[in-house]
Design a protein. Structure first.
Length: 257
């Protein structure tokens, strides 16, 4: 069974991408590779006006696979995951994240890469990587651009999660609905009103223009943070201890080094 489902809607102008890997929709290397293949295929879809991302079931995504954060897997995992951000940058197709339930770590980063974030009241959003002794490279760049440094640093350095109401109050999400059925109905109407009547080509130019600064920052700093993560952070005891302790279901024993 594939871990990513694709539906084409609105006369094949909207690609509905559904993360589909059980309860947590974990972004492991298989799911990431399937997402890469989809995005590469979208390059040939001149009529595509919007990509939506959502999770099957109650949750958007618990994030990237913690197992694949181990030192021996980290380089392949991180570079494959970051490729999604470069592909979305280059496509310049407007993107929507539809979030219910937990949206954490890499799942939250994928959502933040979207131009629009719509949630229901069950949504919980956060970057808990610091609790594992690591940091999230894309979020470290994208969050400050989305909501400013004060709130971004609070989320990145504490690792806490926030509710949909708080996310709305700080400008992180664009619209908040009561429940998932209501979210689905509202987004469908929003697409019909605000996306479908427009030119697919012109929408892509609009995204390029709106994100000219954002893309410059992402392109320049994500490779730097990838290097910092792989060649400095993952050489420390505590980064490896944090990952191991989570997988072994015990409290970490920090060396502070």
């Amino acid at each position: 069974m594939k871990k990513v489902k694709l539906n084409l809607t609105h006369n094949d102008t909207v690609a509905q991408v559904i993360l589909n890997d059980g309860k947590g929709n974990v972004l492991d290397h298989i799911m990431v590779e399937e997402l890469q293949s989809l995005l590469i295929g979208f390059k040939k879809s001149a009529q595509l006006k919007l990509i939506t991302f959502e999770g099957e079931g109650k949750h958007f995504s618990f994030g990237a696979s913690v197992e694949e954060h181990r030192k021996e897997f980290a380089e392949v995992m991180l570079r494959g995951f970051h490729q999604l951000f470069y592909l979305l940058r280059d496509l310049s197709i407007p993107c929507v994240a539809k979030i219910s339930g937990q949206c954490l770590g890499g799942g939250f980063e994928l959502a933040m890469m979207c131009n629009f974030i719509f949630t229901d009241k069950t949504a919980k959003l956060g970057q808990p990587e610091i609790s594992l002794g690591v940091f999230p490279p894309p979020a470290s760049i994208i969050l400050p651009e989305k909501i400013g440094y004060a709130k971004a640093e609070e989320l990145l350095i504490t690792g806490k999660s926030i509710t949909a109401d708080e996310a709305k109050s700080i400008g992180l999400i664009n619209h908040l609905l009561d429940d998932k059925p209501g979210l689905n109905t509202w987004v469908d109407e929003w697409i019909s009103i605000h996306v479908v009547p427009k030119s697919a080509s012109s929408l892509r130019f609009a995204v390029k223009a709106a994100r000219v600064k954002f893309n410059h920052i992402l392109s320049n700093f994500l490779p730097q943070l990838e290097t910092l993560y792989l060649h400095q952070l993952m050489q420390t005891h505590d980064a490896n201890e944090g990952i191991s302790s989570f997988l072994e279901k015990r409290k970490p024993v920090w060396d502070n080094a």
